[in-house]
Structures are given as C-alpha cells and as structure tokens.
Design a protein around this ligand. Structure first.
Ligand SMILES: *[C@@H]1O[C@H](CO)[C@@H](O)[C@H](O)[C@H]1NC(C)=O
Ligand SMILES: *[C@@H]1O[C@H](CO)[C@@H](O)[C@H](O)[C@H]1NC(C)=O
Ligand SMILES: *[C@@H]1O[C@H](CO)[C@@H](O)[C@H](O)[C@H]1NC(C)=O
Ligand SMILES: *[C@@H]1O[C@H](CO)[C@@H](O)[C@H](O)[C@H]1NC(C)=O
Ligand SMILES: *[C@@H]1O[C@H](CO)[C@@H](O)[C@H](O)[C@H]1NC(C)=O
Length: 892
C-alpha cells in the first residue's frame, strides 16, 4: 500500500506549484448573434428563460455548443432547440424509463454529461448539436425556483457566460411582489467596472425591473470578462414589505401560498451547544477557520444565551460539564479554550453528539430555544461507527426536544448521513465548502439560527388541502416559513390562515382571512405560476423526506414526487430530460446532479487540501483491496471526484475540458510538519482495451501488443466479422473492415469509408457532414467524429480520434445479441470478477484464477471525447484464455 502511495504522491517544493489555467477555446466561425436572459419573479417564484441564437458562419456543418449555468436549487423545466424551422423539445421522463430506453448511451457515458455541478451554487447545463453550413440554431432553456429568504433577503442569481461578445445581449428581470418591495440591490461581478452603466433599475410600488443591456464593447470590460465576453453573475437581492405579522397570502387559480415571517416578536434566549470535530483530518486550515469562526460566534452570543462547547476525536472533551451563561468572563474563558483546540485522533461522532444532547437535556430553561450544532469533516471512525445505530441513538436521546444542525466540512463527509440525522431531528444539514471563506460560511450559518423568535409553529388552513409542510420546530429572524396548498372549494370567497406558536413559552396565534376574489392580486398571464410553485415546493419536500422513510411509505411518496415532476416537466433527481438530436438521432440525457456531489471544477484556483486525516489509500472495508481512487462507495478514500473530474455511470472521468496533462498536479496540501505533499495524476496508458463488467463499477482492461491485423469481433453464424489493422508505434487502428452475409463489405480508414453491398458501391469522406446510408439490414450513420455501423442486430460505433498529429480509429461495440457466442478480442462479454481481500498486491478472481492486477488510468477511446478512466489492468491471456496468435488474421 505504501508503494502505491509513494508512486502517486510526490514531494515537491512549493515553488513548483502553479495553477493550471483552463485552455481558452476560441469559437471562430460561430456567431452568437443574440443572447437573452429573461427572468420573471412573481411572489418569490422565479422563472428564467435563456435564449441563445447562433449562426454557423462556416461553409460546412459543425458542432455548435450551448452551455449555461443555473442555480442548484432550480429545476429545469424546458429545453428546446430550433433548427431550420423545426423544434426539438427535451422530454422529461422517469429516470428508470429514460435509463432503460437509452441504457446503451447512458452506460457508455455518452449521455450523462448534460448537467453537472459547478462550485457551490451552480449547475452546468451543456449540449451541442450539428448545424449545417450557414444555418442557424436557437437554444432555449427554462428553469424555475422558489427564492428562499435568508438573513432578511431573497437572492436571485443569474449567470451569464455566452462564450463570446454578443451583438444583441439582453437581460431582463421583472420582480412583482404584492406587498411591495422594501429594498432592492444589484450586485455580482457583472455589476462592476464599465458594466455598471449597462444596468438600469426601475422601481414601482409592487414591481421592479432590472435590465442589463451591455454593448459588445462593454462585454469585454468587466472584472471577470475578457475577449470571450461576459463571464460572471448578476445577483439581485431584495426583500418585501411586511405590513402584517400574519403573513402574506396569495391565491390564484385554486392554489394558495402563505408566507409567514413576523418580525414583531421578541427574541427568545437560546441554549446552544457546539460539537466540534478536532480529528486529524481537520488539521491545518480547516481547524484554523473553525477557531476563527467560533471566536466570532462567541462574541455574537447574547448575554442571556447559554452555551456549551464540546470537542471530539476518538475522545470527547467538554469545555465545561454544564451550559454556562454567556457572560463576559465565561466568554473570555471559552475563547482561550477555543484558541487551544488542536487536531488529533479519529472521529467519534456518536459519543460527541450524545454528550451534547445530554448537556442540553440536563439544563432545561423555561421559554428558551435549544439548538445543537455538530461540525464534522469526516465519517465516524471511532467508537460506534455504524451509521444506523448512531442515528437511532441520537434520535432516541433528542426525542424531538430540540433540533440538531449538522455542518459537513468539505467533501469527505458522508453528507447523506448528516442530512438524514439532522432531518430526523428537526434540523438541516449544510455543507461548508473548503475554501478561504469557510470561516465566513460557518459564521453565516450561525447568523441564520442566531435569533430564534418562535418555537413549535403549527400552521392551519381549514379551506386548504394537499398542503406542504405545516409544522416547524423553530422560526428564526430573517427567515420565512412558506406553506402552499390547494383550495378545497374554489367557489368560497374567503380563505383563512391560522398560526399557533410559542413565543418565550407563551402561546401566540395569528389568524387571518383574505378575500380570494381580489382582482388586483395576480396578473392573468401568471395564473399558472401558483400551481407550479405548489408543485415545486411539494416535490422538494417529498424528495427531502425520502431519506427518512422506508418501505411502502417511501414508495408512495416517491411515486407522488415522480408524478408531479413528470406533470410539471421538472428535471429532479427522479427524472431525466431526454434530448434527441436532429440529424444524428443521438440521444442525450440531462440528470439533476445529486446534492453534495463534488463540483466538476474547482470553485477557485486554490490549493486543494488533501483529507490526510483519513489516510491516503486506506483499506477498503476490512483488509480489502486498496480502493481505486474515486470509488464511490468506500468511506475515507481520497476521492477522485474532489479533483477536477466528474462522475459518469459509476466511473470517474477526468473532465476532458480541463485538459490536464498526465503529469499535472491535481492536489496538494501542507502537512503539519510544514512539508508540502503533491498528488500527481497517475500515468495514463494508451491503447488499452476496456471491458465493462456486469455488476461492477470498476472496469477491467488489458493491453494488446500490436501485430498488424487483429480479429476484433466475429460471429460465424450470422457471417459477421470485424477486423482491424494497426501500425507499430501508433495508437488505435488505421483500418477497420466489416464483412457481413458474404456480400456486404465495409472498409473504414482514416480518410474515407467505402461500402459495397454486392451491387452498389458508396464512398464517404470523413468531415463531409452528417450522412446516413441504409440498405437491407445494414445502416451507416456518419457524423463528424464517428460512424455508427449496424449490421443485423450488431451495432458498433467507430470514433475517429486525432491525437498528437495522428489520426486513428477505435471500435466500440454498442449492441450485440446476448445469446450468441462471439469470438475475437472484443468477443468477451458478460465477464465478471471478484476482488480478493487481504492480499499484498491487488488481486482479482477472474474465471476461477487468481490474477494480479493494478489500478491504472487509461483513455477510453470508445468515446469521441476519450475521457481518462480508471480500470483494473490484467494480462490479456487472463481475459481471453488463449494465445494472441488465435486473434491475428492475414487479411482484413
Ligand atoms: C421577456 O418576457 C416578457 C414576457 O414574456 C416579454 O414581454 C419580453 O419581451 C421578454 N424579453 C426578452 C428580452 O425576451
Ligand atoms: C470552404 O471554403 C474554403 C475556403 O474558402 C474552401 O477551401 C473549401 O473547399 C470550402 N468547403 C466546402 C465544403 O465548400
Ligand atoms: C430581526 O431582524 C431585523 C432586521 O432584519 C431587525 O430589525 C430586528 O430587530 C430583528 N429582531 C430581533 C428580535 O432581533
Ligand atoms: C398553548 O396552547 C395549547 C393548546 O391550545 C395548550 O395545550 C398549552 O398548554 C398552551 N401552552 C401555554 C404555555 O400556554
Ligand atoms: C483510405 O481508403 C481510400 C479508398 O480505398 C484510399 O483512397 C485512401 O488512400 C485511404 N486512406 C489512407 C490514409 O490509407
């Protein structure tokens, strides 16, 4: 194990480190002649439409890309491409249905790249389409979100990065809020420099309009802009007037929403216990930032608050056994304690949280609010480590008395576990991103819960049904409680709301009745927004509750969420948007990235610390194989997905856009002893055959020493064969030849494709533009970067690769009949292996033999993008159990 670590980790001096900069791709020959972003916010519900119109100014067809960033919290609800008058709409389908239907594409990773997360708040939507010479395409993407009130304001974030200066660029934002807008501010890096002049804000009583029409020239002159034009965010923050503490009710078309955010209530003093992870993995910057944040938080405590501090690694230390009043002396003592917190040891979450619960429970105070805050950066590794048992223990100990908030620091936490544990105990989990502002993030979270105003809030709607969540344990100043539902009887003219809550231990009620037929309410064109708002909130809450449910209940709620997602065409974790591309008949699937997945690209060009508290390549389970980096299911493994890589269909790919050379630095960290550890990407092997393995996420691969002509795939029954010719010293194949039913002959080389069907002879050239040819049961679909060959029920894709000045072909079998025994190098399907635990060098059990293996990174040439993937490298003979001479042919 050490050897592996030593191989991959190299000590370098600090000065060797340089940030890898993204290669700037210039798009000539493509003219984005108009780019509109149109956002409408009605009662906090924001619907944003991005429309990009692009012309191919080249005299031949080419691939045109559309890439935009949208807020993570939003659901995509529409995507449409219009080419030469024909529209192609993305269709939202159940994930399983989409997966089954397009299984081939999905498992090959060709389809999952449409949406991925970037940074903390955004997701990236990307697709491309081939557009004929001098033709145009219009892309249109719509997404929807309910803006959440935090620290007294709503934030509408709009990202604009059209990739080039655009002659006709317009951003229009219209906000309509019935109670009136109390303040509005436009911020973000697009509001800096010369661009400030391009922003216009118009305010009326209930409406605000923000327009942003920068000229082409201005588009190159903001802080974050360059010759590629705009690149940045506009952040519109605002709040609404709150004239009535009873809240605001909006009714439209049989649906209602109730916004409840009283501010006339006195603050409740709180009992807060901080449970702080000081395990080894917290060392360095994380520990420093935690200390800084805690010192500030302590300063912000009110004198009538009571507080406790617990630090833990494998042991749990209490600053004081009891909660103490936040007097000046106590705070000073607490601060000296905080300054001395040092990292060490493992992570005993169970004992630490239970100690916190015990501390609060032993300290009951009338009319106060108690809060337990856990901060951790790792999985439980000491004491009770079984996650189910920890959750059961914590739930039983807390017994709904107060909420538990979990802050997960970095990407090595089991965020699902933290989410579930906090939801089970009336709180929420929040991710703290490892970055220079982590201390501010920690403090920001504390600020949100710093001022409790009400506890045990129940909301009642006698005339409502299908209500979203109506009971909340705490209401904090600056936040907002939102309930939406359907109106039972639409003919009734009034609608009543009732809120019952505790304020400093005494009951308070807020009752309100509004007239539902107020014509001034909502403009008629927005009639549907309320129903969509209700659906959005319902789906969000159903999805959130999923982690807490089991069995039939879970299934039912899952079904309900799916039903609504389909009805409103939301791309949620349960659905996928299937985009069928015009000429190519190719399919792409847009999935919502799972919350908490590491961003595809580092949010900033900062050194990315290694989680060395967990060891570098720890054992998998008990003494198993050292897990390959990025193994999704293994806790504590240094995750490759915290590097610039993305997760596709169970494998990890280095993002090809990053263009990281094989020797690039992918992470580094300063050790406590001051040395600098640098991780280099492992060497990348070329010319390796990859085999996907049934039921295993890690593929197998083998190298073939290249003689001249190879039998790739053959089935004598259907008289099918595919052979390839390679040249010494070159990657891939120069010629691939197909023969089928004696009369069909297809020869593909790096310049042309010739096909003879017994009578006719056709020839295509690579790069001539999309073409299709069909005769009997043979079909050829030629695209710019590959050709799809179907013969009977065998389908092979041959991408054309250009690399280091050479051009070559690579065969990728997409579909082959299950019941046929194929021969040839690629004839091996349905292979399986087991990892043998406990051996010195990684060993697999393959076809009843023990085979030594190593984890290598290879280029997957089966895909046009040739992403780098990890695989278990095994000898060729171990897979095919024959000699290489059995696979050579004399003639193609
Ligand atoms: C934005 O949408 C509104 C309402 O649909 C429409 O009137 C306006 O023209 C749109 N603006 C742009 C720039 O597309
Ligand atoms: C496109 O234009 C270039 C230069 O004007 C020319 O060499 C080329 O043959 C043209 N290609 C096609 C497909 O017409
Ligand atoms: C709640 O926050 C507002 C500002 O957002 C402030 O004016 C008010 O005093 C706060 N209320 C309490 C009880 O702290
Ligand atoms: C609040 O009201 C509920 C029911 O209306 C009652 O059971 C409870 O005792 C009241 N609590 C206080 C503190 O008055
Ligand atoms: C590809 O095949 C065509 C037709 O047989 C031939 O003219 C051409 O020279 C070949 N190209 C290469 C690079 O061998």
């Amino acid at each position: 194990m050490m050897d592996r670590a030593a191989l991959w980790l190299i000590l370098l001096a600090v000065f060797l480190i340089s940030a890898t900069s993204d290669p700037v791709k210039k798009k000539q020959d493509v003219d984005i002649y108009s780019f509109y972003i149109n956002s409408t916010v009605t009662s906090r519900y924001a619907t944003t439409v991005i429309t990009s119109r692009v012309a191919n100014t080249l005299n031949e067809s080419q691939e045109i890309q559309f890439e935009v960033k949208i807020p993570k919290n939003a659901f995509i609800s529409k995507f449409r491409m219009t080419i030469e008058g024909t529209t192609y709409d993305g269709v939202v389908k159940g994930k399983e249905e989409a997966q089954q239907q397009y299984n081939q594409a999905v498992s090959r990773g060709q389809s999952a790249g449409l949406v991925k997360s970037v940074g903390r708040t955004l997701e990236d939507f990307k697709t491309s389409v081939t557009v004929a010479a001098f033709s145009k395409v219009t892309f249109e993407l719509t997404y929807e979100e309910l803006l959440k009130r935090r620290l007294g304001k709503y934030e509408l974030l709009i990202n604009a990065q059209p990739m080039q200066p655009v002659a006709d660029f317009k951003m229009d934002v219209h906000i309509q809020e019935k109670p009136g807008i109390s303040f509005l501010e436009v911020k973000g890096d697009l509001s800096t420099g010369d661009l400030t002049n391009a922003i216009k804000t118009t305010r009326a009583d209930k409406d605000a309009w923000v327009t942003f029409y920068p000229t082409q020239d201005q588009q190159t002159k903001c802080k974050s802009c360059g010759e590629n034009g705009l690149n940045g965010d506009l952040l519109i923050t605002y709040d609404v007037e709150r004239r009535s503490p009873k809240g605001e009710v909006v009714v439209s078309n049989g649906y209602f929403v109730h916004y409840f955010a009283p501010s006339d209530v006195p603050r409740i003093s709180k009992n807060v216990v901080f449970v702080i992870d000081r395990s080894g993995s917290m060392s360095g910057r994380k520990m420093d930032q935690t200390r800084v944040a805690l010192l500030r938080i302590l300063t912000d405590l009110d004198e009538d608050d009571h507080f406790g501090l617990i630090t833990f690694d494998s042991e749990v230390s209490l600053w004081k056994r009891e909660l103490l009043k936040a007097t000046e002396t106590n705070l000073e003592n607490a601060k000296s304690f905080v300054k001395k917190i040092r990292d060490r040891g493992a992570t005993n979450i169970n004992a630490a949280v239970l100690a916190g619960v015990d501390m609060i429970s032993r300290h009951p105070r009338e009319g106060t609010a108690s809060i337990l805050i856990l901060l951790t950066d790792g999985d439980p590794t000491s004491g009770e480590t079984n996650i189910e048992r920890i959750m059961a223990n914590v739930k039983e100990a807390i017994g709904t008395k107060f909420p538990l908030y979990c802050l997960g620091f970095g990407y090595d936490v089991n965020f699902d576990f933290l989410t579930k544990m906090s939801l089970e105990n009336g709180g929420v989990a929040r991710r703290i991103y490892e970055d220079s502002d982590a201390d501010l993030q920690l403090q920001g979270f504390y600020d949100e819960v710093a001022v409790p105003l009400l506890t045990d809030i129940q909301l009642k709607y006698p005339g409502g049904t299908k209500l979203t969540k109506t009971s909340f344990s705490l209401y904090f100043n600056g936040s907002e409680i939102v309930v939406s539902g359907q109106i039972t009887d639409n003919s009734v003219e009034s609608f009543t709301t009732e809120v019952i809550a505790l304020s400093k231990g005494s009951n308070v009620t807020y009752q309100d009745t509004i007239m539902t037929k107020d014509p001034s309410d909502v403009p008629p064109e927005d009639e549907d927004f309320m129903q969509r708002l209700w659906a959005y909130l319902t789906v969000k809450q159903l999805l959130e509750r999923q982690v807490l449910l089991t069995g039939q209940e879970k299934e039912d709620e899952n079904k309900e969420a799916l039903k609504l997602s389909l009805k409103y065409q939301f791309v949620t974790p349960l659905t996928s948007m299937v985009v069928t591309k015009p000429q190519e008949g190719e399919v792409e699937v847009a999935d919502k990235p799972k919350e908490g997945e590491a961003p595809a690209r580092p949010p900033a060009k900062m050194p990315r610390p290694l989680p060395h508290g967990h060891g570098f390549w720890p054992q998998q389970g008990q003494g198993g194989l050292p897990g390959p980096p990025g193994d999704p299911g293994v806790s504590g493994v240094l995750r490759y997905n915290s590097f610039p890589s993305m997760h596709r269909g169970g494998r990890y790919y280095i993002d090809p856009l990053q263009a990281i050379p094989s020797s690039a630095v992918v992470a580094h960290d300063i050790r406590p002893d001051g040395r600098l550890l640098t991780v280099l990407a492992p060497p990348v092997h070329d010319n390796v055959f990859l085999l996907d393995v049934v039921g295993q996420s890690k593929p197998l691969c083998f190298e073939v020493p290249v003689p001249h002509k190879l039998k790739l795939l053959q089935d004598s029954a259907s008289e099918f064969s595919m052979n390839g010719e390679s040249m010494t010293g070159q990657s891939g194949f120069q010629i691939i030849a197909f023969h089928y039913k004696t009369k069909h002959h297809l020869t593909i080389n790096t310049t042309s494709i010739t096909y003879h069907d017994g009578q006719n002879h056709v020839e295509f050239l690579w790069g001539q533009g999309p073409t299709q040819h069909t005769s009997e049961d043979v079909s050829l679909i030629l695209r710019s970067k590959g050709i799809a060959v179907t013969m009977g029920n065998i389908r092979v894709i041959i991408p054309l690769h250009k690399e280091k000045g050479t051009t070559f072909l690579w065969p990728a079998v997409q579909q082959q009949p299950k019941d046929v025994k194929f021969t040839g190098i690629l004839g091996e399907s349905g292979i399986s292996y087991e990892e043998i635990p406990g051996s010195q060098t990684p060993t697999l059990k393959l076809k009843d033999q023990e085979v030594k293996t190593s984890w290598v990174m290879v280029k997957d040439y089966r895909l046009a993008s040739a992403p780098v993937v990890g695989c278990w490298l095994v000898p060729f003979q171990a897979v095919v159990q024959r000699e290489l001479s059995d696979f050579t042919v004399t003639q193609l």
